[in-house]
Design a binder for this molecule. Structure first.
Ligand code: ADP
Ligand code: MG
Length: 589
């Protein structure tokens, strides 16, 4: 294998710094995203994915891309080894999805990673196995041209991370979303996703219209074509659903900017504005839009996990998109759809995506009527503080709840039948209260465990933020943040509290700081302010599905709290609907 065969080279140190973005492989979906992006970068036409246990146990991605030579495989698992980027200017013309050369190294550090691969022209392929960052095997293997990467036992050596993985269904939903998003950007590539022995997705390669129709679960013919360019520097193309086919769920919205699935609030708003009054009340447009613009007008955050871009000429982009949508809807056929469809505006269509039962809702299939039924009993329900004094005994309540079960409703409230009624608990408020008290206690006790980041993250602070940080530096340390000053306006974070949820790319650090600044104005004790801000960011949110164990543990901890009736911001946590109220409703009195 001569030198010309080698596609991979090391990044210069200066660029490594420039990229200076920390990354935490947060969950199985982050691993899958990296692997699928690599396959796409390698020119794959067909990508087969097999996962087990929501990705916890296994994530396997097989592609028919160009593969790697033996020398390249060896380099590929080293940090900052990439074939894709060589000079700082390349960052702005990103033609590949990857460029940092750290994904495989990071993944190999926290799992058992095996790569089998072969390039065309080589007689034999190569197998490499890395376990917790240590090379276990390296040698020849028979393999077709292309690459198979398998990640087993993710986070086996970082128990804190592993513990914070969600319910299998939830992780599978993230996995599915990852594939769906990338498949919108690459319509001509076939994607298959299997979970255990179940087919979750099977997307055939096709034209953009076919792929859009499949992802939007629509008839290809009914999609409206959108196309407009603004001079020769920007262009938007894509498909939208006619107003009558708009749904109540907003999850079928795909924006692709230069081959990357992206979130952008300004563009989203522009699309709604394009529909204007044609959009039925509380309906959301469904769309797949591809936006192409001069990369110099794009601030793709160099950040790994970040799916947001900033547009240098945002107003122009917004205008272009709004106008494009408006024009597409004005096409004569469009109005026919409005009329024809409005009789059954929200009718759920057959789901030809073949989404598995659990994550189906991820794409926002309209809820069934039954699911929409709310407990409309609340007028006479009272916040628990008033109804129940402490003496009526948390213990007794818990025993009862254990016997009759706890239900989660709308991924937001927990329902517990008790002797004389039903308790309704706001899961976020409850957890926030529990965390608030825990953090307060921690700050007195000192010294929490912390969790090492795979890559330290640099954060640039404004003077106000820096001041707030310095004033509370001790508390940050106690809570488990490893933070060092790295320059007058920069911090280096290399470890975080293990219970910090959604650390993602570190945005949460800014949120905690800005909340802290706000809370400091409202509370005289710095410790309480810190506790309130940390509690908020380490709590379960509305919208998270909890399993039985999580629900019981939450209720248990809540009942032990010093003040279980109101969250740190004064909202109620518990309300009780007395049995007498049910009796009254059913005329049993
Ligand atoms: P990056 O994608 O940012 O370059 P990665 O750590 O994801 O970094 O991958 C390192 C290198 O390994 C890539 O630059 C690429 O050359 C090679 N590589 C990884 N996955 C594949 C694949 N599926 N097919 C071919 N080459 C791959
Ligand atoms: Mg990559």
């Amino acid at each position: 294998m001569g030198e010309a065969r080698s596609r991979i080279h090391r990044l210069p140190e200066s660029l490594v710094r420039k990229i200076a973005a920390g990354e935490v492989i947060e969950r199985p979906a982050s691993v899958l995203k990296e692997l699928v992006e690599n396959a796409l970068d390698a020119g794959a036409r067909r990508i087969h994915i097999d996962v087990a246990e929501g990705g916890r146990q296994k994530i396997r991605v097989v592609d028919d891309g160009y593969g790697m030579s033996r020398a390249d495989v060896e380099l590929s698992v080293e940090r900052h080894a990439t074939s894709k980027l060589s000079s700082p200017t390349d960052l702005f013309t990103l033609d590949t999805l990857g460029f940092r050369g750290e994904a495989l190294a990071s993944i190999g550090a926290v799992s058992r990673l095996s790569i089998e691969t072969r390039v065309a022209g080589d007689d034999e392929g190569t197998l490499i196995i890395i376990e917790g960052g240590v090379r276990r095997e390296f040698g020849a293997v028979a393999h077709e041209v292309g690459t198979a990467v398998e990640v087993q036992s993710l986070f086996f050596n970082t128990p804190a991370r592993r513990k914070f993985l969600r319910h299998t269904d939830t992780e599978l939903r993230y996995l599915t979303q990852t594939v769906v998003q990338l498949s919108a950007a690459y319509p001509s590539v076939a994607f298959r996703l299997r979970h255990g022995d179940r087919d979750i997705l099977d997307l055939l390669p096709g034209e953009r219209r076919q792929r859009a129709a499949e992802l939007l679960n629509a008839d290809p013919e009914e999609l409206l074509w959108v196309e407009l360019s603004g001079g020769d520097t920007m262009k938007v193309e894509g498909f939208i659903t006619p107003p009558g086919r708009c749904r109540r769920a907003r999850s079928k919205q795909f924006l692709i900017v230069r081959q990357r699935p992206i979130q952008s609030r300004p563009v989203g708003t522009a699309i709604y504005a394009g529909y204007g009054s044609l959009l039925p009340p509380s309906a959301h447009p469904q769309y797949v839009l591809w936006l192409d613009l001069d990369p110099r007008n794009l601030d793709v955050n160099v950040h790994p996990t970040k799916r947001e871009v900033r547009f240098a000429r945002e107003a122009e982009v917004r205008q272009l998109v709004q106008e494009a949508v408006r024009t597409a809807l004005r096409v004569p056929e469009a109005s026919a759809f409005v009329g024809a469809d409005s009789a059954l505006p929200m009718a759920p269509a057959r789901d030809n995506l073949r989404v598995a039962e659990g994550p189906a809702r991820a794409f926002g299939e309209p809820e069934t009527e039954l699911e929409q039924m709310n407990l409309s009993l609340l007028p006479s329900a009272k916040p628990m503080g008033e109804v129940l004094d402490r003496s009526s005994g948390g213990e007794a309540m818990l025993i009862q709840a254990r016997q009759s079960g706890i239900w989660q409703s709308h991924d937001k409230y927990l329902l517990l039948p008790i002797r004389d009624g039903i308790l309704i608990v706001d899961q976020h408020a409850a957890h926030e209260r529990v965390r608030y008290e825990e953090v307060q206690d921690m700050l007195v006790r000192e010294g929490e465990a912390s969790q090492q980041l795979l890559m330290p993250l640099t954060v640039d602070l404004s003077p106000v933020e820096m001041q707030a940080f310095q004033a509370s530096e001790d508390m940050f340390r106690i809570l488990g943040f490893g933070v060092r000053q790295f320059g007058p306006a920069t911090l280096l974070v290399d470890s975080i509290p293990p219970e910090l949820r959604n650390w993602g790319d570190g945005d949460i650090f800014y949120q905690i700081l800005s909340d802290l600044i706000e809370e400091l104005e409202a509370r005289s004790e710095a410790r309480d302010a810190m506790a309130a801000s940390m509690a908020c960011h380490t709590s379960i949110r509305a919208g998270e599905r909890l399993d039985r164990r999580e629900m019981t543990s939450l209720i248990e901890r809540l009942l032990k709290a010093r003040e279980p009736f109101a969250c740190p911001h004064g909202r109620p946590i518990l309300v009780k609907i007395p049995l007498t109220e049910f009796d009254r409703l059913f005329h049993r009195t």
